[in-house]
Design a protein around this ligand. Sequence first.
Ligand code: GUN
Length: 301
Amino acid sequence: MSMTKTKEKKQGAQIIDGKALAAKLRTAIARHVEVLIGDHKVLPGLAVVLVGEDPASVVYVSNKKKAAAAAGIRSFEYNLPQNTSQDELLKLVQTLNREKNVHGILVQLPLPKQIDENTVLKTIDPAKDVDGLHIENIGRLMSGLPGLVPCTPLGCIALIKSVEKNLTGLHAVVVGRSSLVGKPVAQLLLRENCTVTICHSRTPQISSITRQADILVVAVGKEKMVKGDWVKPGAIVIDVGINRTAAGGLVGDVDFDEVSKVAGYITPVPGGAGPMTIACLLGNTVVAACRQNELTVPHIG
Ligand code: GUN
């Protein structure tokens, strides 16, 4: 082994800079938006709907709106009160479905208790479903058909491919089985020819499985759950968790200090999966705007 390699090993994992990768992606998206406006007179529009004042959601929605503006995408913001009825929200979604200037609709989750998430999600026009959560888009992802793919999973794949182009034959372990991240990211990894294992809260001896992973994606919402001895040396570790600590800081689902000594590559929290989710939302909005105007869909990224 060369001196350089030995030194690299001692320094631990290489950090995958999600902030930098997202900035690159947003620049590419902004260029596509310029072409859409200049050559086709299409100004991509994204409607962001927030019900209530969940503090985390308020921050996410504000970040999404700012990023859209910076990429030249028009955003339409709807802030509805916490006590909004399901019918009122469905009426707004139906109006946005008909609105020609709106190419993407995002209803921020979670929704207040009186509103059924699935009913709302299936009311969004699948062509405008930039979150990729409509059952039609989920079915398309499962079937390998073109559709709109959830943003966080898209971001995870881009982060992984920024350090490893060919994922064929690698063992990917996904911890978490949510509709927003776990299940769709597993589908995307399958599409990349990985062997995929999904673990969740009922999986016994979970660390014996995560230790087999060449690629480990963690999305459970449990502060520092994944420890150093859960990880195979050299693995690519993507931490989707964002947990607020008692001291007010943000930490992931992965114990960064421990795991960064073992993994080959690791995403930080914040600055990993989060910025990529927003960039992919903008990408999905451009894709949706192109399809709705029967224009060639660009390959972004
Ligand atoms: N809440 C947390 N993440 C997301 C997301 O990606 N989309 C929506 N709509 N709500 C969220």
